[in-house]
Each structure stands twice: as structure tokens, then as C-alpha cells.
Write a protein that binds this ligand. Structure first.
Ligand SMILES: Cc1ncc(C[n+]2csc(CCOP(=O)(O)OP(=O)(O)O)c2C)c(N)n1
Ligand code: SF4
Length: 573
């Protein structure tokens, strides 16, 4: 900063030649570099999920395929609303489930174009079959699988770690530590996928998906041209081909490791205190940095955001430090790889040895405690916002169904209502206390079938319209084939309400699907779940309980939240 008396070049009066030259020079710079600087420096404030959507668009995808699921939903919603995606007509409609989504993305890759497929962690269980096999066939156009894990189960039925799927499939895993990396990793991940000819897994967790930060974008790429695979048998997994492709996949492992070693997202950071070496995976890097502010950690740190594990970096840390601490979100995947089976090796701490909690999300406080630092958690959460249990909205049609169901089955005793996953799972709570199970999407019909087979009659399945088309239809077919004594209630609110009211693939199709699967038309009943129809609903339920075969009762009334949202949107137009 200049101080008084140090002014060496006093300003020239306006209008001099010098000012004019400067003006000309700046105008020229602006003219030549303006468009580029604007492009290069554009910084958008994006959720992690949105950064992935933007990275995929800029990276040249021709399609996103997904089934909603927290915390992955916003990736697809961002692409659906994006002007470039709309003008390019990038495929962006929801799929019926994660398996169909993955397969469609693979088909787009087969045709030479780039695709993104998104799901929550449990969705990858549903898509595991095409995923594992796509790792063997490989890809043609780049394919990135964005999978969002939910440690602490904020809105999920478990907290599995999707990095294991990447390891299982023997393909690269990218794990961003912030929103910028999330963007960069999809953008470059599509290229990495084309370079290695395998799907690339991008694993994020809830905090990253749902927090914002500035993201600098890269130039928008052109979409790939249509181009079928050079090897016309690439996607033909007959054993004779599959054996060869599996060998090819094994043959790529060394290159994957080399790329991990050289990855700009993996790094070794020096630290003077070598009594401890720290390994941070993905967002855990952020949690460590939050503890040290602008200052570097006193210990050497290896940041891992691309797998397979960058062995050279990890070995260097192991050789230089007395002990190791592994900070990772999810399961102890890296810690397990480093821990000596017989306990004779170097001490490795983390989630396995109890220094960090074995379950749930990590946070900066956990990291501070593990490092023996003071914990400053900030002010306590005011009671007014703490611990509000979820509840069905007042006026929700699901309530009316539960009140009727409770009456209809009261004489048979408890323990016979198999539910599924959706808003209606809240029927487990008071005052309804109507359902007994919730395991995975589609399990209501199949579990009720098994219980009925075992002699538990009547046996009820309660399933939402979206969950029915996600994975209920095949279970219903099993029931029809065996003429199972079962009562299925499909709660048709014409929306995927639990994840924000997306359009349901089932809309306007449920009766036809049930009839197509083979349910007798006279046992496909339609009711409107309203207070005034209580008696009629109880009667319909009792009549179907008396029928010793497959019956489906469709309770149709639109989700009131979706109606309210649509009204508001109309008003804003
Ligand atoms: C395999 C899997 N994919 C996605 C989800 C996220 N999810 C939970 S319920 C649900 C759908 C709910 O829709 P619907 O069955 O129509 O019930 P509603 O919420 O509308 O009552 C979704 C997508 C999940 N839990 N599991
Ligand atoms: S969002 Fe819709 S389906 Fe869910 S509880 Fe509210 S009204 Fe019912």
C-alpha cells in the first residue's frame, strides 16, 4: 500500500495521450480475452449435488438417468432445470428405478455418447447387477455413476459405503472433498471413463451434496457423436467373451493405480511432527482443515480423493511417521486395508480401533477429539428447532387409509401389515401404528407373500405408487402366479412425495399394470381416501380380506403438498 509522500507517478490530467493509450490497450485486452475470462472466471454458488449436475452438462453428457433418493435427487433436478440441458435436449426424465436408470445410461454409452447415472447408496443395491457387469463389458462413451451415501441415516434405512462397490467392480472411485472437486471430477471423470473404457464411480455423502460453495466452471464441451463400439461384441457377456473382458479389466488395474498416484486430487502434505501421519479421504480432508483453519496441520497428511489407493503416497506416510490415523466418512475401508491382520504392524487408528465412532457421520469435532484438540461446538441448538419427529402432513390421504385399515383388521390381531418406503412409512408412528415392517423398496408385497405362504392370513402389503412401479410389480406377478392369498393396498398420491414430489412413472397406469400382471379386474378396487369415505373404505377392505386370492385396493388422492406447489408455480408464471 502506498503511504503519503511515496507517490512516484502523479496521475496525469484526463485526456492526455497516455490515458488514451491505456484505454485502447484495455479495450483490446477486453475484446480478445473478454469472452474467455468470463468463461474461465465464472463462479457459481452451488450445492455439491448441483455442482455434479453442472460438471456433467459442461463435460458433454447427452443424458442423465436417475431415480430420486436423498441425498442424490438434486443432481437430476438441477439438470432438468438447466437451460443448456434443455436447449441441447439432454435426456433428463426420471427412470422407473435405479436398475433401469443404469442400464439406460449404459445403452447411451454403447451408442458412443456420454452419460451420468445418479442414485442414493441403497439404489446401487438395486443397480448392482448392471453395474458389476458394466465393469466387465466396459463402456464406449464416458459413463459416470454418481452415488450419494447417507451416513447417520438422515433419510435412509442404512448407511452403507458405496466405495466398496467401486472396489468390488474394480473401477476407479472419485471422492470429492468439496464442491469444486465434485464439479471437476464429473467433468474429468467422463474423460477418465473413456480413457480406461470403464464406468467411473463418483461417491459423495450428505454434507457435500447439501452444502454450497463457489464453483469455477470449465468450458462447455460438445456432445459426443453417435458411434457404436469398435468391437461389436463388447457388450456381449457370453462366457467366452466375458472371461476375456474380465482379464482385460484385471489388466487395467496397474494403470488405474498409476493414475491414482498422479491424480491432482491425491496429495502428500508435509508436516513437521511425524509422531503421527494422517490419511484423509474425501470430505474428511475438509474436517481436518476446519480444525487447523488457514494453518497447515502439524502432521504430514495424505489426501485421498481418487482410488484405487495411491500406494506410493500412503507408503511414504507409513515410512515417515510413527503412527497413522485414518479419517474417512462411512466404513473403515482404507483403515481396514492398512491394518495388519495380526496386529504386529504400525499402529493404525480410526473407526476400527474406536478412536473415532464406528457408525454415523464424521464431523470436525470428532476429528478434533481424535487429535486431542479442544472442541468448540458453538452455541447449543435451541429447543424450538431440535428433535422434531417427522409426521404425515395434516390432510394427507395416507392417514385416511390407515384409519380404515386399523378398523378392518382389528379383529385379526397385530403384525400383519407389511409396508414399503415412502411418506406412508410414517404410518408406523402414533396415532396410526398401522404398519409392521419396512425393509427395502418393493419388499412389502414379497414379504406379505412369504408371510401368507407361511399361513399368516390376512396378510397386507402397503405400497406407494412410485415404489410399486420401482419394484412392486414383479412381486405382484409372483402372487398372481401362485394365487397367493394377499391384500395389496397401493397408495396412489400421483407423486414421489417423500423425495420432493417428482412425477411418478405410475401416473395413470396402475389399474392397467395390475390387470396386465393378471390380477382379476373385479379385485382391483379404487377408493378415494377421504374422511367422508371411511365406511366405504372399511367395507372394501373387509370384502377383499374375505377373498382368498390376490386383491389390489388402489387408494387414489393426489399429495396435497404437490398440489400446493403446482398452484404456487402457476401463480408465479
Ligand atoms: C432403492 C431406493 N431408492 C430410492 C429410495 C428413496 N425413496 C424413498 S421412498 C421413495 C419413493 C416414495 O414414493 P411413493 O412410493 O410413491 O410414496 P410417497 O412418498 O409418494 O407416499 C424413494 C424414491 C430408497 N429409499 N431406496
Ligand atoms: S408430502 Fe404428500 S404424501 Fe407426504 S405426508 Fe405430505 S401430503 Fe402426505
Amino acid at each position: 500500500m502506498d503511504t503519503p509522500g511515496t507517490l512516484r507517478n502523479p496521475p496525469e490530467p484526463p485526456g492526455t495521450l497516455r490515458n488514451f493509450e491505456l484505454f485502447l490497450f484495455l479495450s483490446l485486452v477486453r475484446l480478445i480475452f473478454g469472452p474467455f475470462t468470463k468463461l474461465i472466471m465464472q463462479r457459481d454458488l452451488l450445492l455439491g449435488a448441483e455442482a455434479i449436475g453442472q460438471g456433467a452438462i459442461d463435460g458433454g453428457i447427452s443424458g442423465v438417468y436417475a431415480y430420486p433418493g436423498t441425498p442424490s435427487t438434486e443432481i437430476t433436478e438441477y439438470i432438468q432445470a438447466n437451460e443448456v440441458a434443455v436447449s441441447r435436449n439432454i435426456h433428463r426424465m426420471w427412470s422407473a428405478n435405479e436398475k433401469t436408470a443404469f442400464e439406460a445410461a449404459l445403452g447411451m454409452s454403447y451408442a458412443g455418447k456420454r452419460s451420468l447415472v445418479c442414485m442414493k447408496h441403497v439404489g446401487l443395491n438395486v443397480a448392482a447387477d448392471p453395474f458389476m457387469n458394466a465393469c466387465v463389458t466396459g463402456v464406449n462413451g464416458g459413463l459416470v455413476l454418481a452415488v450419494a451415501d447417507d451416513p447417520s441415516m438422515h433419510s435412509s434405512q442404512n448407511e452403507q459405503d458405496s466405495r466398496y462397490y467401486g472396489r468390488f467392480g474394480l473401477v476407479p472411485i472419485l471422492e470429492p472433498s468439496n464442491q469444486q472437486e465434485a464439479y471437476d471430477m464429473v467433468y474429468s471423470g467422463l474423460e477418465l471413463s473413456e480413457q480406461l473404457k470403464v464406468p467411473v464411480v463418483l461417491r459423495i455423502t450428505t454434507r457435500l451434496a447439501h452444502s454450497r460453495s463457489g464453483v469455477v466452471r470449465k468450458p462447455l464441451k460438445l456432445e459426443n457423436l453417435l458411434r457404436i463400439p469398435e468391437n461389436p461384441k463388447q457388450f456381449l457377456l457370453l462366457p467366452a467373451y466375458a472371461r476375456k473382458y474380465y482379464q482385460d479389466l484385471l489388466g487395467k488395474q496397474d494403470l488405474m493405480k498409476t493414475l491414482s498416484e498422479a491424480s491432482p486430487w491425491n496429495l502428500y502434505r508435509e508436516g513437521k511432527d511425524k509422531s503421527l501421519g494422517i490419511i484423509c479421504c474425501g470430505i474428511a480432508w475438509n474436517y481436518l482443515m476446519e480444525n487447523f483453519g488457514e494453518k497447515d496441520a502439524p502432521h504430514p497428511v495424505v489426501k485421498i480423493s481418487q482410488y484405487p489407493l495411491p500406494e506410493t503416497l500412503v507408503k511414504r506416510l507409513e515410512e515417515e511417521c510413527d503412527e497413522l490415523l485414518v479419517l474417512e466418512e462411512g466404513y473403515p475401508l482404507v483403515e481396514e486395508q492398512l491394518t495388519d491382520f495380526f496386529g504386529k504392524g504400525k499402529k493404525v487408528s480410526g473407526r476400527l480401533n474406536g478412536l473415532l465412532p464406528r457408525a454415523g457421520e464424521l464431523n470436525p469435532d470428532h476429528v478434533a477429539r481424535a487429535l486431542g484438540l479442544a472442541v468448540s461446538s458453538g452455541p447449543a441448538v435451541p429447543e424450538v428447532v431440535a428433535n422434531r419427529p417427522p409426521a404425515l402432513c395434516q390432510g394427507c390421504g395416507h392417514q385416511d387409509v390407515y384409519y380404515a385399515l386399523n378398523v378392518a383388521i382389528s379383529e385379526y390381531g397385530d403384525g400383519r401389515v407389511f409396508s414399503d418406503i415412502g411418506c406412508y412409512t410414517l404410518g408406523a408412528l402414533q396415532p396410526y401404528d398401522s404398519i409392521d415392517t419396512c425393509v427395502d423398496m418393493g419388499a412389502s408385497i414379497t414379504m406379505a407373500k412369504g408371510a401368507s405362504d407361511a399361513g399368516l392370513i390376512p396378510s397386507f402389503a402397503v405400497i406407494g405408487d412410485s415404489t410399486f412401479t420401482h419394484s412392486g410389480i414383479t412381486g405382484l406377478l409372483d402372487c398372481v402366479v401362485e394365487n397367493t392369498n394377499i391384500n395389496v393396498i397401493i397408495l396412489d398420491n400421483e407423486a414421489v412425495a417423500m423425495t420432493g414430489g417428482q412425477d411418478s412413472s405410475a401416473a395413470g397406469r396402475i389399474e392397467e399394470i395390475c390387470a396386465g400382471v393378471g390380477v382379476a379386474p373385479e379385485h382391483i378396487r379404487l377408493v378415494v381416501p377421504l374422511k367422508k369415505n371411511h365406511e366405504e373404505m372399511v367395507r372394501a377392505l373387509r370384502e377383499e380380506i374375505a377373498f382368498p386370492g390376490v386383491s389390489v385396493i388402489i387408494a387414489r388422492r393426489p399429495c396435497i403438498q404437490k398440489i400446493a406447489r403446482e398452484k404456487k408455480e402457476k401463480g408465479n408464471r
